[in-house]
Design a protein around this ligand. Structure first.
Ligand code: F3S
Ligand code: F3S
Length: 105
């Protein structure tokens, strides 16, 4: 599966959402998350993110490895809804993102 990492936090550009053919990119409070089981690895989301927050799971930079788990944890409560549109925005984030200090700019 693909993974959304730190640069998405407090930005949430959402260009990636438009590209996903299976609607598996879900919105949290401070970032978006890719469902690890619903993602079909098409790669369409990765090049459109303006801040390069999206990576294939095996290509996540070392310092952002914890985001692989964060994308999994986000769905601990949601389960596998089968589509982000129907779920809408969720006012929660996994601990890693919730505790993030925020963007410097
Ligand atoms: Fe976030 Fe980039 Fe998508 S900022 S919402 S991962 S386009
Ligand atoms: Fe969706 Fe394809 Fe990305 S299934 S999450 S656009 S890799």
């Amino acid at each position: 599966a693909y993974v959304i990492a730190e640069p998405c936090i407090d930005l949430k550009d959402k260009a990636c959402v438009e590209e996903c053919p299976v609607d598996c990119i879900y919105e949290g409070r401070r970032a978006l998350y890719i469902h690890p089981d619903e993602c079909v690895d098409c790669g369409a989301c990765e090049p459109v993110c303006p801040v390069e927050a999206v990576f294939y799971e095996d290509d996540v930079p070392p310092h952002w490895q914890p985001y692989r788990q964060a994308n999994v944890e986000f769905f601990d409560v949601l389960g596998s809804p089968g589509g982000a549109c129907a779920v809408g925005s969720v006012s929660a984030d996994p601990p890693l993102v919730a505790a993030h200090a925020g963007r410097a700019d």
